[in-house]
Design a protein around this ligand. Structure first.
Ligand SMILES: Nc1ncnc2c1ncn2[C@@H]1O[C@H](COP(=O)(O)OP(=O)(O)OP(=O)(O)O)[C@@H](O)[C@H]1O
Length: 377
């Protein structure tokens, strides 16, 4: 993560507050002020959509039968906000992102639940042409391996025109102009990139081309899966700044998947922490990262090396996250690595307890809060 010099001596919590605190209000306000009158190529929308994921479960077929990669996910993306999803490898982040596009491929399938997107309805029910139109035009996305997803036989510009035609964009010149502008803002020579084939671009450049493709159709819901993995720190900081700027200018609802807490600290208004296919904690980024409640979130934050002082203070989380085959079928998925483990964690799924907009799924946290309430009463 790129850290400005003046912030180096701050604690993580202070940096998070500085990075995120003011923005959430600003972006929500900006989004609110934008409306149906916005003069974009796509005139059939009226501002950023809200998204409501309810009881979503996705399974993959394996030799051992169908196993859940995400289970019982409830998640809201409020209109005009950036939500970051963080978790270790295999926690189900990409599967969740694909579900927002109804793009889970065999051997996977959405087993149950819904993904309601304003203006589109429940996308898990969309099929065929409706689904194709929704992707790209209404939902822009960058998949995890974006740097490898270009067609090697066509220039970027040709692929851009193909994309525009397939979505019936009449103003193709405007599309090219916007693409050049976006590429220019990400530090590249737009005209040259559009004339290039994939092999003429570095991994980082291809990643940025992927982000351009996600934004250029003016979709108002943008899903970015690990948008900055192939990038060096300076470029990563630039890209995150642009994601934030474009998000605010165009009034987007943005969903960013990452394994890097620094990325969400930089850009996200809200944050969801995933573990073993569950969302274990979610809420406003500054609050969750400033004073995490779930023991897994606490462990993730402890594992970040400090910017100053003793690097040895960072404590890696002991143990490994579960795989598809080892996720416990009942009880708490995190219990094997948890210091707060109780008997009930073996058998019962933790309840999701709301604290305003902040939601935590942990037996120990719920029990401690109940005790505190009793003491006070
Ligand atoms: N095509 C597939 N077939 C079988 N299992 C799969 C498939 N895709 C994903 N999985 C499994 O589903 C679980 C969730 O995977 P997913 O890629 O969604 O996690 P992730 O958090 O995005 O991980 P990463 O950060 O490594 O991309 C993992 O256990 C993974 O092995």
């Amino acid at each position: 993560m790129f850290v400005p010099a003046e912030k180096v001596s701050m604690t993580l919590g202070e940096r998070l507050s500085a990075a995120v605190g003011v923005r959430s209000d600003r972006s929500v306000e900006a989004a609110r002020n934008r409306g149906a009158a916005e003069g974009t190529r796509d005139a059939d929308r009226s501002g950023p959509p809200g998204v409501r994921v309810r009881d979503l479960s996705v399974v993959y077929r394996t030799a051992a039968g169908e196993l859940p990669a995400v289970s019982g996910i409830d998640l809201d993306l409020p209109p005009g906000t950036i939500t970051g999803v963080v978790g270790e490898s295999g926690s189900g982040k990409s599967t969740l992102a694909l579900s927002l596009l109804n793009a889970v491929q065999p051997p996977g399938r959405i087993r149950s639940g819904s993904v309601e997107i304003d203006g589109l309805g429940d996308v898990t029910r969309l099929r065929g042409e409706d689904l194709r139109r929704a992707r790209g035009r209404h939902i822009g996305y960058v998949f995890q391996a974006a740097q490898n997803s270009l067609n090697p036989l066509k220039t970027v510009g040709k692929q851009l025109l193909d994309l525009g035609r397939s979505h019936e964009i009449r103003d193709l010149r405007g599309l090219v102009r916007d693409a050049k502008d976006l590429l220019g803002r990400m530090g590249m020579d737009g005209a040259r990139v559009l004339d290039s084939h994939q092999h003429e671009l570095s991994g980082g450049m291809r990643q940025r081309v992927g982000i351009m493709f996600a934004l250029v159709l003016n979709a108002h819901l943008v899903v970015l899966d690990e948008p900055t993995t192939a990038l060096d720190m300076i470029t990563q900081a630039t890209i995150l700044r642009i994601v934030r700027e474009v998000h605010e200018e165009r009034g987007l609802t943005t969903f960013i998947i990452t394994h890097d807490l620094g990325v969400v600290a930089e850009v996200a208004d809200r944050l969801a922490i995933m573990y073993g296919g569950r969302v274990v904690e979610q809420g406003p980024t500054t609050e969750v990262l400033g004073a995490p409640r779930h023991p897994y979130t606490q462990g993730l934050i402890r594992a970040i090396p400090r910017l100053v002082g003793d690097l040895g203070e960072a404590r890696a989380l002991p143990g490994r996250p579960p795989t598809l085959g080892t996720v416990p079928s009942r009880g708490c998925v995190f219990r094997e690595r948890c210091d707060l483990r109780m008997d009930v964690c073996e058998t019962e799924e933790p309840p999701t307890v709301p604290y305003g907009e902040w939601i935590v799924a942990c037996h120990a946290v719920a029990a401690r809060d109940a005790e505190t309430r009793e003491e006070k009463a």
